[in-house]
Design a protein around this ligand. Structure first.
Ligand code: DAH
Length: 330
């Protein structure tokens, strides 16, 4: 036994250890032979010798296992060392990477609102009906729910279709005055030139005591924001409808490609729609238990902004992960 133990200790590689295992435990190995010899022993001796053999076998097997673990660890360490990459190595030909245009646009938007002391709020991507629809004045069977093609889970949960649910979550956890934006991913069952199933929105919400927040404030902020994003453009507010705001408006900028003269991008109207907004509907305040407050909200699609700023004709290329796209934005 001692000699096996010693040879186990000394074996220097997994291969050597495997050969030793066969020698000791294999079909024609040491223990097989020893057990075979039992047959020739007198009957009274058999149980004692068999017991001793089994104990020894177990002990050696454990030793083998322990040795194997050690050798394996060593081998992995060796492999890691040999495969390690020197990240400080300079490669003149290597692709240097670039910031994704969507991130870039998102950062610029966030930067603007941080400068006005808005807080940045986030919420879960998997939402429930209450936050995504109900509390936003979209009761069950409301026709406006059709506007958004929702991904549902079997248990009734859903992938949020807009960042508006974060309004509700923020109002539940804070008290007015509130001044927030909520950037993040949203999901809809859509796929064509200008739609992808995942895209990004930024939601804005301002709430204060009744009378302190007006449509005029909203208009001022959004005009200033759009000038910050797009430079010298005209801005117009068009009456529109959203369930969570009343009154509601959509905001257009004069087409940045044709300067308002009419081209393919603006469908020859001279205008590009870029935002939705309005005064928060009283039903939304009721859903979160707010009284005697007023507020405004707005929402925008980040990819739409990025497409306009960088003149990207097909939205889908932004999410295909083709490095050649990013190389153009270095
Ligand atoms: N949630 C809207 C959407 O996904 C965008 C939006 C429009 C948000 C108007 C607002 C708003 O807060 O006032 O289409």
């Amino acid at each position: 036994m001692e000699q096996w133990q010693e040879r186990l200790e000394k074996s220097g590689s997994l291969e050597e250890l495997e050969n030793l295992r066969i020698e000791i435990f294999g079909k024609k190995g040491f223990f097989a032979k020893e057990f075979e010899k039992l047959k020739t022993l007198p009957k009274e001796e058999k149980p004692r010798v068999a017991k001793e053999l089994n104990i020894a076998k177990e002990r050696l097997f454990k030793a083998l296992q322990a040795k194997k673990d050690k050798l394996l660890a060593k081998e992995i360490e060796k492999k890691l060392k040999s495969e390690s990459i020197d990240v400080s190595l300079y490669s003149p030909k290597g692709f240097k990477g670039a910031y994704h245009p969507v991130n870039h646009t998102m950062d610029k938007i966030i930067e603007y609102f941080i400068s006005l002391n808005y807080s940045i709020e986030t919420g879960p991507l998997v939402e429930d009906d209450f936050y995504n629809f109900e509390a936003l004045n979209l009761p069950k069977y409301h026709p406006a729910r059709d506007m958004q093609d929702t991904f549902y889970f079997k248990d009734g949960k859903l992938l949020r279709t807009h960042t508006s649910p974060v309004q509700i979550r923020t109002m539940q956890k804070e008290r007015p005055p509130i001044r927030m934006i909520s950037p993040g991913a949203v999901f809809r069952r859509d796929y064509d030139l200008t739609h992808t199933p995942m895209f990004h929105q930024v939601e804005g919400l301002v709430v204060d005591e009744k009378g302190k927040v007006s449509f005029a404030n909203l208009k001022f902020i959004l005009e200033d924001f759009l000038h910050y994003m797009f430079g010298d453009v005209k801005v117009r507010f068009r009456p529109s409808f959203f369930p969570f705001t009343e009154p509601s408006a959509e905001v257009d900028i004069s087409c940045i490609f044709c300067k308002g003269e009419g081209c393919r991008v603006c469908s020859h109207t001279g205008w590009l729609e870029v935002l939705g907004c309005g005064m928060v509907d009283p039903n939304v305040f009721e859903a979160v238990g707010y009284k005697d407050v007023s507020g405004y909200a707005f929402g925008l699609g980040v990819e739409r902004f990025a497409m306009l700023i960088h003149q990207i004709p097909d939205l889908r290329v932004l999410f295909e992960g083709d490095i050649r796209l990013l190389e153009q934005f270095r």
